[in-house]
Design a protein around this ligand. Structure first.
Ligand code: HEM
Length: 531
């Protein structure tokens, strides 16, 4: 009877109780926030969402705005979680430490249910919380893509794909001079990565060409078209789903009606992709097993990963500490990593570079002069070798300058595994750090006229340590950086020596937005063959 009375009282006074509870919650929220330990300047958060309304719009651009307002180290709340942004070269010292032992920043992320559900926290490289596994996979990936036998073959892969693109563009140019470069770059880079992994022809560029052209250049069977399209969609869905899994708490993903169906779609996609990769690995293992032991294997990434530390080891790098082959899950997740970390970054970097080169024709002329000095007569197809790529000093300066102004990864993650101190602030073990690379790249203390596009600064200036972090730094520095730069160089040589390109709208600013990486939204160019 007494409990009924209480329920009745509560129901009767609901209109007073709910506002009181809300006010108490808000009061408690702000009391905790204002009295938090080791506070760092930053915007005042809102209850429940924190600063998501500010940061969620476009991480790269918002990070710069907040840095201007709060300084080189500032904190924000992402929902209930505190995150610290670091935006100055000197403050990156510990994050960029190459020492493996007692490295405060060895982890990318704090434990995260979304990463667990995506299968990323116990496997692969970028988000692997098992440091032994991370070290093993990372080392093998680095040895594979840096090995001379792979890099030699890589030039053939990229050249083959460019030859195809060249033919398609020449055919299209008979009718239409305008090229949507964002689309082409996406398909070309997907094909480069797919071909480097499998050693087999991949069809994304062909399928795209066929969709634009009346004259079908290469017949592709329907089943291959469908498989390729499904695979490409699935890879891009995997990339897009990352932020969804990472930011949205499981309780919302699993229970809210609309969000629940998105979650299911993304979850099914992860499963489908894993199964597809597993099928490819199984088939290739069988092919290797069936081939005679003395028959040389092709130097693609899949063969290299499957045979590493086995009697068929193509690279003969078994001398490294880990004397065991990779298992199928390790191979699968390393390949997935190459796609997820390498495809979007490389293709958006290429778009940004093309934009700046076309915007600054004097830079384009200097690049062509560099190619002439190294490859001679440019009316013939250049004979590209890895040694010649290493001599392209000006090209490298252009790639660095574009990456400084427009890094494909403007902000990324690291987490503290020990208590530490940065810039005079105490930071506790288990804090999520956002490395604000774009903030460092645009810092007036590190760069003279940081807004200005000036590749020569990389030829003349003394570069401040840790002030160019387009590939990150320290023990988690991008293992694909040399491969990516080589691919960008090959594509630039081939594009600039074969075609004359101009921007359709030279006055338009570069249109990009942050979606896991910085995406080039639009890049229309006019193209004609060089005379
Ligand atoms: C222009 C293209 C690329 C850019 C701008 C880029 C940028 C980055 C950045 C900023 C990081 C974070 C490093 C850090 O935390 O210090 C990273 C990590 C990584 N990148 Fe790249 N990347 C590119 C291409 C590639 C390619 C082609 C691969 C494929 C092999 C790759 C594989 C990885 C992996 C596996 C990691 C995680 C490393 C770890 O956590 O130990 N990246 N990349």
């Amino acid at each position: 009877m007494a409990s009924l009375n209480i329920i009745g009282y509560l129901l009767y006074n609901l209109n007073k109780i709910i506002p009181t509870l809300i006010i108490a919650y808000i009061f408690k929220y702000y009391f905790s926030w204002y009295t938090r330990e080791n506070p760092i300047p930053g915007p005042i958060p809102l209850p429940l969402i924190g600063n998501l309304h500010q940061i969620g719009k476009d991480l790269g651009k918002e990070a710069i705005k907040l840095q201007k307002k709060y300084g080189d180290i500032f904190e924000v709340m992402l929902g209930p979680s505190r995150v610290i942004f670091i935006s100055r070269a000197e403050l990156m010292e510990k994050i960029c430490s190459p020492a493996l032992k007692n490295n405060v920043f060895a982890y990318r992320s704090l434990p995260n249910a979304g990463l667990d559900e995506m299968g990323l926290s116990k496997s692969g490289i970028s988000f692997n919380m098992d440091l032994e596994g991370w070290k093993f996979n990372r080392r093998i990936l680095s040895h594979t893509i840096m090995s001379p036998i792979f890099l030699r073959e890589n030039i053939n892969f990229v050249n083959q794909i460019f030859d195809e693109l060249e033919n398609y563009w020449i055919n299209l140019l008979k009718f239409e001079k305008k090229i949507d470069f964002t689309k082409w770059s996406s398909y070309v880079v997907t094909d480069i990565i797919l071909t480097s992994i499998t050693g087999k022809k991949s069809y994304s560029t062909t399928i795209y060409y066929n969709s634009l052209s009346n004259s079908i250049e290469t017949e592709v069977p329907d089943n291959i078209i469908n498989e390729s399209l499904k695979f490409i969609d699935s890879i891009y869905m995997f990339l897009t789903s990352f932020l969804f899994f990472y930011i949205i708490p499981p309780i919302i993903r699993h229970n809210f009606p609309f969000i629940k169906s998105i979650h299911k779609k993304y979850e099914d996609n992860v499963e489908w992709l894993d199964t597809e990769f597993e099928k490819v690995i199984k088939k290739r293992k069988q092919e290797i097993e069936n081939s005679p032991v003395d028959q040389p294997l092709e130097h693609n990434i899949l063969n290299l990963l499957i045979t590493i530390n086995t009697e068929r080891d193509i690279n003969k790098i078994s001398g490294i500490d880990y004397m065991r082959p990779m298992n199928d899950v390790e191979i699968r997740d390393t390949i997935k990593e190459i796609f997820s970390a390498g495809a979007d970054t490389t293709r958006n970097s290429l778009c940004f570079i093309i934009y700046y080169i076309l915007k600054y024709p004097e830079v384009k002329d200097k690049l062509i002069k560099e190619y002439e000095s190294i490859y001679g007569d440019l009316t013939k197809k250049p004979n590209i070798t890895n040694e010649s790529l290493d001599k392209l000093v000006y090209t490298e300066a252009v790639i660095s300058e574009v990456a400084r102004l427009k890094p494909a990864v403007p902000v990324f993650l690291r987490a503290t595994s020990l208590d530490t101190e940065i810039g005079g602030y105490k930071i506790k073990k288990g804090t999520q750090i956002f490395t604000n690379y774009i903030g460092v790249h645009m810092h007036e203390d590190h760069w003279n006229e940081p807004e200005k596009f000036n590749p020569d600064r990389f030829l003349n200036d003394n570069i401040v340590k840790n002030s160019l972090l387009n590939f990150g730094g320290g023990i988690r520095i991008c293992p694909g950086r040399h491969w990516a730069i080589k691919n960008l160089k090959i594509l630039l040589i081939r594009l600039l020596t074969k075609f004359d390109m101009t921007l359709v709208d030279p006055d338009s600013p570069l249109k990009s937005e942050f979606k896991s990486v910085e995406h080039c939204n639009e890049l229309e160019i006019y193209v004609k063959e060089r005379e």
